[in-house]
Design a protein around this ligand. Structure first.
Ligand code: ADP
Length: 362
């Protein structure tokens, strides 16, 4: 099995600590996402003016775009304490009841990956969100009784990478939903400028542009690449990072100009050289690159599809025309262009290409 890739690296404790240090603490420091920021700012301001707990808020979008950061900002702007948990951590209704019953008035409860909560917990959450009340079931079978428990008003902030998987009744109970979009290169440059300031790093404009261009529209990746460039510059005795230094550093880490890493490129390379551009089944493709099917599907594919380099068709995966060019191959006749692919792509695949992200996407 290949080493973990840089752009999809796991979250080690050190990484989490640095990430926490780089997180914007208020809406003014939060770069980009203008529409969500403006709307959220209004929702929070109105709640403060009414002296009420803020409405429940849902953030959706791919990993690393700022959902957790926004949840923390909601708590900070409301001057409220924050409790962090996640869908996968809540497998029983009792787990949720324990959290809810210990909340203080006005507290912000952040539930990451909320679509992965168990069904009974989800149903308990409906009532808690709407009426600030839960029924605790005591006993089993015919003798079971429900004891109602009043909760203090709280704000639920949910985050999901798969908004489509959220049941309607849950989605409807959020007073505000913000969908986060991928960031533009100029926005990522701003993120990087801010981070470089906090890390006390000297980077010129061209250096920021070079790193931003390889960051896949994602602040988390931008910050991660910045730290790797910092290491490279330190070892090479470079004080000011320019485009050449950033480029040399990221080439060394095998993150190319488009932000593709080794795994992405080996998937495309295999498609082109071993299967004539496809179509080929996902599992065959995964074997060809020596990776788990899930890794190829969830780590490499979403980005490759989004960039128009790989297509999912009913007969398997295909390398799109730009993939051939990007890897330096001449495009043979008969290779699909994106427009042609969309003509026969089933809806579910189109949805997958447009909006299914994250390590858990199947
Ligand atoms: P998510 O919860 O969506 O996976 P996070 O909120 O954990 O993403 O963000 C990942 C990292 O990216 C954070 O450490 C933060 O520093 C940075 N980040 C995300 N969004 C922004 C933004 N809009 N401006 C500045 N930094 C951001």
């Amino acid at each position: 099995m290949a080493e973990p890739s840089l752009v999809a690296a796991g979250e080690e404790p050190e990484e989490r600590a640095i990430e926490a240090a780089l997180r914007p603490k208020n809406l003014d420091d939060f770069v980009g996402q203008h529409r969500v920021r403006k709307q959220l700012s209004l929702v929070l301001k109105a709640s403060r003016m009414r002296g009420r707990t803020a409405d429940h808020v849902l953030f959706s979008g791919p990993p690393g775009l700022g959902k957790t950061t926004l949840a923390m900002i909601v708590a900070a702007e409301m001057n409220a304490p924050l409790r962090l948990s996640s869908g996968p951590a809540i497998q029983h209704a009792g787990d949720l009841a324990a959290i809810l019953s210990s909340l203080s008035e006005g507290e912000v409860l952040f539930l990451d990956e909320i679509h992965r909560m168990s069904r009974p917990a989800e149903e308990m959450l409906y009532m808690a969100m709407e009426d600030f009340r839960v029924d605790i079931v005591v006993g089993k079978g015919a003798g079971a009784t429900a004891i109602p428990l009043e909760l203090p008003p709280f704000t639920l902030v949910g985050a999901t990478t798969r908004a489509g998987l959220l049941p309607g009744p849950l989605r409807d109970r959020f007073g505000f939903t913000g969908h986060l979009e991928f960031y533009s290169v100029p926005e990522l440059e701003l993120v990087l400028r801010r981070s470089a300031g906090l890390l006390d790093l000297k980077v010129n404009s061209a250096g920021f542009t070079e790193i931003a261009g390889r960051s896949r529209g994602t602040p988390r990746i931008a910050n991660r690449l910045l730290r790797r460039v910092r290491d490279w510059a330190l070892v090479h005795g470079i004080e000011q990072i320019d485009a050449r230094a950033a480029s040399a550093a990221l080439d060394m880490y095998e993150v190319d100009k488009k932000g593709l890493d080794r795994l992405d490129r080996s998937v495309l390379e295999a498609l082109i050289t071993k299967f004539g551009g496809g179509p080929v089944g996902l599992s065959t493709l995964a074997i060809a690159v020596g990776e788990e099917t899930e890794t190829v599907e969830t780590v490499a594919e979403p980005f490759l599809v989004r960039e128009g380099l790989l297509g999912r068709t009913p007969r398997g995966r295909i390398a799109m025309a730009p993939a051939w060019t990007h890897l330096g191959y001449a495009i043979p006749s008969g290779v699909f262009a994106q427009e042609q692919l969309e003509l026969f792509e089933p809806d579910s695949d189109a949805a997958a290409a447009a909006g299914e992200w994250g390590p858990e996407s199947q």
